[in-house]
Design a protein around this ligand. Sequence first.
Ligand code: LFC
Ligand code: MG
Length: 423
Amino acid sequence: MLKALITTLTVSDVRFPTSLEQHGSDAMHADPDYSVAYVVIDTDLEKFKGFGLTFTVGRGTEIVVCAVKALSTLVIGKTLEEIVSDFRGFYRHLTNDGQMRWIGPEKGVIQLAAAAILNAIWDMWARAEGKDPKQLIRCIDFTYITDALTEQEALEDQMLEEGYPAYTTSCAWLGYSDEQLTQLCSTALGEGWTRFKVKVGADLQDDIRRCRLIRNMIGPQNTMMIDANQRWDVSEAISWVSSLAEFRPLWIEEPTSPDDILGHAAISKALAPLGIGVATGEQCHNRVMFKQFLQASALQFVQIDSCRVGSVNENLAIMLMAAKFKVPVCPHAGGVGLCELVQHLILFDYISVSASLENRTCEYVDHLHEHFKSPTVIRNACYIPPKDPGFSCEMLESSVRKHQFPHGEVWRHILAQKHTPIF
Ligand SMILES: C[C@H](O)[C@@H](O)[C@@H](O)[C@H](O)C(=O)O
Ligand SMILES: [Mg+2]
């Protein structure tokens, strides 16, 4: 299958009307419609395809779709073997095209588009190799090295049996009422969740009330994180979060502009005595910025994202740097398909890089998994390793068809109700 020649790349604008119920809402994104630019790569081998996506929150997905189309010219006509035998070279070919790099480089829409394509290539490669977690281990001859390597097998087994610890963001989106918070939090507690993220940043009194409600429900032993989605200036972040310190959040996520590395460093320094760390990464453009965040001690939790940067290739670099700086990786997930993708990265981080669960947890959001062929499996608030070969982001054809924007039946109906003409 490695010999397969890439013949076509199609990309669709697929949107889910999550804003209707305020799912995903935060202090900066009041009405997200969770969406993807969804990529399908076809080859000259019948039925051998790759599936990839990048996540967006609605309007603007059409621009990412355009960027994917522009980049597709760099992929079509190559064999999978050509790509993966010099994957570093291909990565640079895709992200450093002499003309297209001007609209990046390695940031913004063009970077999201590169991620969608690279995710699809990784999916193809994993399918070609038929990799499942056990198969990788079965390739290794452990003779004479078991004193050094049995641990790795044990880590693998532990993941297969117990899974990777997750936290939930589904209980406390900013647009949810207190009644919803209470009901969702009590259901989550019943399901065994022990870590809960609460959206903050729009109104301090609301935040105090909501954090108190959640802390009272989850008790002192469980973990709470808070997420401001870039809402504050640096000094405002420090004073606002200090007012929430009594609720003992583990971290404040995205307190200020995602580009302000020194600002994050100042916030980290000010909040350290309160025992509150800074987490960021879901809108961090690339490995260079992560390098500086780490060098400046500007974050205490690295939130890699499987679509914001250049797929597995770039996330491997970020995970290895995080390990070197001894900062835990706690990926950003949720949206559409992010949980499906990022679970692969976090398992790699645990089994091959960090070998530690200390201060580590991966985000989980309980929306839209039903649209995937191999949805994530959560057991006792842990990600259970996926068994199907691939990158787990193949969507159901019927879901793609119905949610295509603007002509799929779901959107035709919504736009007709709003009397919005379909362009
Ligand atoms: C608009 C989105 O739902 C964000 O609020 C979401 O990604 C969030 O920051 C998160 O950490 O899950
Ligand atoms: Mg966040």
